[in-house]
Design a protein around this ligand. Structure first.
Ligand SMILES: O=P(O)(O)OC[C@H]1O[C@H](OP(=O)(O)OP(=O)(O)O)[C@H](O)[C@@H]1O
Ligand SMILES: O=c1cc[nH]c(=O)[nH]1
Ligand SMILES: [Mg+2]
Length: 212
């Protein structure tokens, strides 16, 4: 499935602000949530609707509601937490399935350390959130475990994606649609996205601010 780069002016503007080397933790956090919400708006625009009747102020009126599968949002810890409130601001009823994946900074392999999935996840649309899609190893590991748990429909929302990561996800899981605020140029020799955002987890949590 092709990747969708959402080139909305608000997203372009906010991602531009996030790239500043001297950005504060507070600003980075706020912008990650805001872009998370804007990506959610796009990634849900094809959800099915059904109409039903309510009693309105002037009598009966036909209105609509989202029908079909319920949603579970799947933040990849840690950094995925940085988009979670933004996503939930638009889909407040969604259940949250936390998946912990850490990238080994030397081998760039993904290590899964936590899997807290909601019940009946096989009946839900899973929306994975993570600011960064670099080599794709963390995303592929997350999709692997969701499919093992029975998920049939999976979407991924990332702030910034490298072509290498998009290819890795597409090769392993061509059925998964990726939504991103920016397709960047490449990875550097340490597996960091160029121009990218630096280490998103560190910037969201206020841990070390050193960029590779
Ligand atoms: O595509 P990949 O090459 O796998 O890299 C991307 C992953 O790396 C970062 O997480 P990290 O492992 O640094 O964990 P953190 O969220 O705890 O900082 C990021 O949030 C992604 O999960
Ligand atoms: O550029 C990158 C790559 C992996 N993880 C990050 O936080 N940033
Ligand atoms: Mg990190």
């Amino acid at each position: 499935m092709p990747v969708l780069e959402i080139r909305h002016p608000l997203i372009r503007h906010k991602i531009g602000l996030m790239r500043r080397a001297d950005i504060s933790t507070k600003n980075f956090r706020e912008l990650a949530q805001e872009v998370g919400a804007l990506l959610t708006y796009e990634a849900t625009k094809d959800l099915r609707l059904e109409s039903y009747e309510i009693e309105g102020w002037a009598g009966p009126v036909q209105v609509e509601k989202i029908s079909g599968k319920k949603i579970t949002v799947v933040p990849i810890l840690r950094a995925g937490i940085g988009m979670l409130d933004g996503v939930l601001s638009l889909i407040p009823g969604a259940k949250v399935s936390a998946v912990g994946v850490a990238r080994n900074e030397e081998t760039l392999q993904a290590h899964t350390y936590l899997e807290k999935l909601v019940p009946e996840i096989n009946e839900r649309l899973a929306m994975i959130i993570d600011p960064m899609l670099a080599t794709g190893a963390s995303m592929v590991a997350t999709i692997d475990l969701l499919k093992k748990a029975g998920c049939k429909e999976i979407r991924a929302m990332v702030l910034v994606a490298a072509p290498e990561g998009i290819k890795a996800v597409n090769d392993a899981h061509p059925d998964v649609q990726i939504y991103t605020a920016s397709i960047d140029q490449c990875l550097n020799e340490h597996g960091y996205i160029i121009p990218g955002l630096g280490d998103a987890g560190d910037k969201i949590f206020g841990t070390k601010q050193k960029d590779a």
